[in-house]
Structures are given as structure tokens and as C-alpha cells.
Write a protein that binds this ligand. Structure first.
Ligand code: FAD
Length: 589
């Protein structure tokens, strides 16, 4: 609208609700894009001439539609009774006086297994609504977990229960902390509520993060991320708040079994996960058990299978992690502007990328042929300014992922390049029933450990050699991975259908991002835990297992989420749904 109009408008009438940086090459020049809320009343009170501004704005915004969405949000907020009632009542649902929640003499006892985002948010909602919650976590609180991860990085000591996957905050604590999700985007447009509700819950999750110490800009940034240094104190605050709400939190407490009577879970068997001599398992009784175990608790999956819990194999993706110098990615993505990023003034974010390619399109008409011939290959968990880390939970199995700190200031950019695999591919592991996908993961984790030669050394190969099927004979480019890399034939690690899909897609990516295939780019093996290889079946409305009453499988490990935010939202939904069944809450979710 020009600087003249802009200068007459009062700043306080505007709130930035989203800010993103767009450096696509189709644009004449890179741009920051702002989405702003305008308080029309404030605007007109201060500057009556702003009518002119509004008249010009309205046709562009489609104001009527916007108001309809806002009304929907109001309706939902009152339905869920989620109003902002002061800083302590973060979700605003603890007020039991208004009839929406039910105070009870005898509180129902709920166990939540796992303190990742899904378990934390389920505990949070249930405790706010009046349940007696016990949160059982096999790993350590973040303070000790940090020391254990330090010992892994420096002295190669892998604590089986306290590592990058297990411990307070779950798998995403030592991560890049990207807070992005695809929830709701593809939902059926006819049902407005179903579109909007996930966004409302996302908003609540983000607000909760801010309440516990995340920087408020995550509410605004187009691609918000926290980084490990911000996640750790946030989790500490979350823990204190849960304890204030009366949640019993037990670390070092691994659930080894479920106590089942007449098709209903009655409690759990917990053991000290450090297995101190003389320690014994403890039986604990509960009215309901929320299972928020993540996708690395393979022993717990086995236990569920023993109980004949309904589980079905699920598609996921496997591949390798590629690392480039961050400077190279900045140059590819930003061209001349890359120099600004190198100066490190922080205005322009370090460059990232997100790629999806489809390779080997089938010309067969037989649907069953498709999984073998057409594969989707995509970048996953891209960490600009980050480092490659070890996410193994067992010394004989090797897998990796990426993490970063909030400033994303390292000189590396890493990302997984993964290919989708489905139950069709798990056939060699059929004897493992619904856990065939887990065995499939294990097979390649074991091969990677052997290729690396042990001691958590990661097998690696120059990307140029990988696409030419040859061992890297020259010195490998440097890697951010701290436990060492070993030149290996990564092109022989996976079966040809995966290797070839990766090779073809890397060549396609290089056409789109010239320079991506570079002698400075190093592939690391192996990335297997992109999401859960199975789904623990549950009823849509109640979140209860389809086969075992009283069991509520949630989050990534149960196959209902992929990432911090979607896991947190799933936990939140489950909290409401279970509270409803326990007569603690009478709203509709
Ligand atoms: P988890 O976070 O896996 O939590 C499960 C918890 O259950 C664990 O703490 C575990 O110790 C505990 N547990 C398991 N079994 C038992 C048992 N039997 N008894 C007691 N406790 C048990 N996602 C993003 O959105 N953005 C990112 O940037 C990102 N980066 C990542 C980087 C790394 C290195 C890793 C490993 C993951 C990353 N992810 C990221 C994925 C994200 O962490 C997960 O999607 C998310 O944490 C899943 O949440 P969850 O609650 O379902 O399970």
C-alpha cells in the first residue's frame, strides 16, 4: 500500500501471525512474507482515515470467510472450554465449577507410558481434567540424559535406556526441534470442523510450548524450530508443571508387561530399567493405560504381540543421511544472497531444502506390482546447521538421525534421503507377524553396524561414488558425526530396489539443485526409524485399542503421528477422549 499509507497506520493495530522467507528461484528477488492480523477497531479509533485502507484490503482477504473461521474457533473453544484463564492454567480446562468438567471423589487412575510429546500432552490434559496420572518413563530426566548422551559422544558408552530415543521428552529432545506438521492439510474440505480442529490443537500445543519457555516467535515463524538447547529447559518446566498438577512422574521405570483380566488392562508390571541387582518388578493397578512408547521400544512391541493386541504392519521409509557443507546448500538455494547468510547476522535463515521424487513409475495395470516398481523418495528431517547423531538403542544395531541447536550455526547441513517401503517388502520377515517391519529395520541396522566395523563407527560413502557403485578410495570429506566414519560400499547395504531408487532420485535432485551431487557431499548409513513400522489399531472416537479394553495406543510408536507436533496433538486428543470415557469431561472432541 506504499509507505505513505503504511506510516499513518498505528503499529498496535497489527499483529504478525506468520513470517516466512521465500527464496524460490521463480521470484525476481527473495522476500520475507508476513501474514498479519488487523484489529479494525483499534485501527479506526486511532486513524479514521484508515477506512480507505480497509476498503482496499477487504477484497484481497475475503473477509467474510475469515470471520466464519473465527466464529468456528470461538465455538470450538467454548465447546472444549479452552479459554485463556491465566498463566498457570495453561490449557484453561482446570476450572471444574462451570459444569464442563466433573470433579470426583475417587479420581480415576491412569498410567501414561512414555514421556515423549504424546505422553506428556496426554498426561497434561488428563491431569488438568482431574485424573490421577502416573507417568512412567524408562529413561532418565533431561539432566541425567544429557550426561548420558555426552558420554556416548565422547566415550562411546551407549546407555540402553537413556539415549537419543529414550528418556524425558522422548525421541525429539536431542533433535532439530522442527515444529512442522502436515496435520489436517489433506482433510476433506466438506467438513469444516475436521479441518479446523487440528489447527486449533496445533495452536494449543504451540502455545503450551511457549508457556514452558519456547521463544514466542515459534507462533509466527513459517518454519518454526526450537533446537536442543531450547527443548531441554522447556521439558524441565513441563515436568515441574505436571508435578504441580499432581502427576506422579517415575523415571527409570520401564513397563515390561500389562496385567490383563477378561480382555481388559488392569495395570502394568514396571521394573527399574537400570536393572540394579536385587531390583524387582512392581505391579501397579490402573483404570486405563495410555501407551505412548515411540517407535524404538521394540521389546514393548513384542510384549503387545504376546498379548495378541491388534497390530498391523505399516509403510515407512528407509535410506541414508546425506551431509553437505552448509555453505554449499546456502549457495545452491540463495545464490548471491548466500553471502549475507555467511555473515551470520541471522536475518536470513540458513538454507534448507525439502524434496520429493517419484522413481520407477510402473506401466503395469496390476495394482500389486506397484510397490515393487514405483517408489517415492524424499528428504526427511532436514537439519540445516546441524549434526549427524547416533540413534541406536542397541550396540549391535546402528542407525542415525540429525539434530541441531537453536542457532543452527554448525557448518553442516544434513538430511535423510529415504525410500518408502511397505508390507510387500517385509515378506522375508513374515515369521515375525505384524512385527515384520521391525525386523526389516533391524536387518539393515545390523548390516550398517557391521559395515562400520563396530564401536558406533558409521559406514559412509561420497555421493559421487554411491551413484557410480564404487567404494570411495580418496579421503572422505569431513563429517559432523563425532564417533567416526568408515569408507564403505553403501550401494551394497540395501536391496537393489532401494539403492537404485536412491541413486535415481539423487540424480534428479541434482538437476533441480545443481551442486547437490558434489565431492563434498557424504552419505551416512543408515536411516531406518523414519516412522513406526506398524500401527496398533484403535477405535477412531475413543482411542481405545480394538482388541484390549483399557489400552490407549497413541503417538508415533502406535502409528498415529510423525513428528513432535503431530505426536503432541495425538496425545492431547487422546487425553480428551479418555477423560470423556472416565466421565471427567463432557465436551465433544
Ligand atoms: P517418543 O518421543 O519416541 O517417546 C516415547 C517415550 O516412551 C520415550 O521417552 C521412551 O523412553 C518411552 N518408553 C518406550 N517404551 C517404554 C516402556 N516400555 N516403559 C516406559 N517408557 C517407555 N520430529 C520433529 O517433529 N522435528 C524434528 O526436528 C525431529 N528431529 C528428530 C531428531 C532425532 C534425533 C530423533 C530421534 C527424532 C526426531 N524427530 C523430530 C521425531 C520426533 O522426535 C518423534 O516423532 C516424536 O518424539 C514422537 O513422539 P512420541 O511421544 O510418539 O514418542
Amino acid at each position: 500500500f506504499g509507505t505513505k499509507v503504511a506510516s499513518m497506520l498505528p503499529e498496535e493495530a497489527f499483529t504478525v501471525i506468520r513470517k516466512s522467507f521465500d527464496a524460490r528461484k521463480v521470484l525476481k528477488e527473495p522476500q520475507f512474507i508476513y501474514t498479519v492480523d488487523v484489529d479494525v477497531k483499534k485501527l479506526l479509533d486511532t486513524e479514521p482515515r484508515a477506512w480507505d485502507f480497509i476498503a482496499r484490503l477487504e477484497p484481497k482477504l475475503g473477509a467474510v470467510e475469515y470471520m466464519a473461521e473465527e466464529k468456528l474457533a470461538d465455538d470450538l473453544i467454548s465447546m472444549l472450554n479452552i479459554n485463556n484463564k491465566g498463566s498457570d492454567d495453561v490449557l484453561g480446562i482446570r476450572d471444574t465449577q462451570n459444569g464442563s468438567t466433573c470433579p470426583q471423589q475417587q479420581k480415576p487412575r491412569v498410567a501414561v507410558i512414555g514421556s515423549g510429546p504424546s505422553g506428556l500432552f496426554a498426561s497434561f490434559v488428563l491431569a488438568e481434567l482431574g485424573a490421577e496420572v502416573t507417568l512412567l518413563e524408562r529413561g532418565q530426566p533431561v539432566e541425567q540424559r544429557g550426561r548420558d548422551i555426552g558420554a556416548l559422544a565422547v566415550r562411546r558408552i551407549l546407555q540402553l535406556e537413556s539415549n537419543f530415543c529414550f528418556g524425558e521428552g522422548g525421541a525429539g529432545t536431542w533433535s532439530d526441534g522442527k515444529l512442522v506438521t502436515r496435520i489436517g492439510r489433506n482433510t476433506d474440505g466438506v467438513q469444516a470442523v475436521r479441518i479446523f480442529l487440528p489447527y486449533l490443537n496445533l495452536f494449543l500445543v504451540m502455545k503450551t510450548f511457549v508457556h514452558f519457555g519456547a521463544p514466542p516467535n515459534i507462533l509466527v515463524d513459517g518454519k518454526p524450530h526450537l533446537g536442543t538447547d531450547k527443548l531441554v529447559p522447556l521439558l524441565r518446566n513441563f515436568r515441574h508443571h505436571l508435578r504441580e498438577l499432581g502427576v506422579t512422574i517415575r523415571f527409570n521405570a520401564r513397563v515390561d508387561d500389562l496385567i490383563v483380566q477378561d480382555g481388559q488392562v488392569k495395570g502394568v508390571l514396571v521394573s527399574d530399567s537400570e536393572l540394579r541387582p536385587g531390583s524387582v518388578s512392581q505391579k501397579l493397578s490402573f483404570d486405563a493405560v495410555v501407551l505412548a512408547i515411540g517407535h524404538s521400544a521394540r521389546d514393548t512391541y513384542c510384549m503387545l504381540w504376546r498379548h495378541n493386541v491388534d497390530i498391523s504392519p505399516k509403510s515407512f521409509a528407509v535410506g541414508l543421511r546425506i551431509e553437505h557443507p552448509q555453505e554449499l546448500i546456502n549457495n545452491i538455494q540463495y545464490s548471491e544472497l548466500a553471502a549475507e547468510v555467511q555473515k551470520g547476522r541471522g536475518r536470513i535463515p540458513v538454507a534448507d531444502y525439502k524434496i520429493v521424487k517419484s522413481v520407477g513409475e510402473t506401466d503395469s495395470e496390476n495394482e500389486l506390482d506397484i510397490p515393487e516398481q514405483s517408489r517415492s523418495c524424499y528428504s526427511f528431517c532436514m537439519c540445516p546447521g546441524g549434526q549427524v547423531v547416533l540413534t541406536s538403542t542397541n550396540p549391535s544395531e546402528l542407525c542415525i538421525n540429525g539434530m541441531s541447536f537453536s542457532r543452527r550455526a554448525s557448518k553442516w547441513a544434513n538430511s535423510a534421503l529415504v525410500v518408502t517401503v511397505s508390507s510387500h517388502d517385509f515378506k522375508p520377515f513374515q515369521s515375525h507377524g505384524p512385527l515384520a517391519g521391525v525386523e526389516f529395520q533391524r536387518e539393515f541396522e545390523r548390516r550398517a553396524a557391521m559395515m562400520g566395523g563396530g564401536n558406533f563407527v558409521v559406514p559412509a560413502q561420497c555421493v559421487t561414488d554411491f551413484i557410480s557403485n564404487r567404494l570411495s578410495v580418496t579421503t572422505l570429506p569431513p563429517s559432523s558425526y563425532r564417533l567416526g566414519v568408515r569408507p564403505s560400499k553403501l550401494h551394497e547395504l540395501f536391496p537393489p530396489y532401494i539403492t537404485e531408487a536412491l541413486q535415481q532420485s539423487i540424480i534428479m535432485i541434482d538437476r533441480e539443485m545443481p551442486g547437490f551431487v558434489s565431492s563434498k557431499a557424504l552419505l551416512h548409513g543408515v536411516e531406518t526409524r523414519t516412522s513406526s513400522p506398524l500401527q496398533i489399531l484403535r477405535h477412531g472416537e475413543t482411542y481405545e485399542s480394538t482388541s484390549l479394553r483399557g489400552l490407549y495406543p497413541i503417538g508415533e510408536g502406535a502409528g498415529y503421528a510423525g513428528g513432535i507436533l503431530s505426536a503432541a496433538v495425538d496425545g492431547m486428543y487422546c487425553g480428551f477422549a479418555l477423560a470423556k470415557q472416565l466421565s471427567l469431561f463432557h465436551g465433544d472432541v
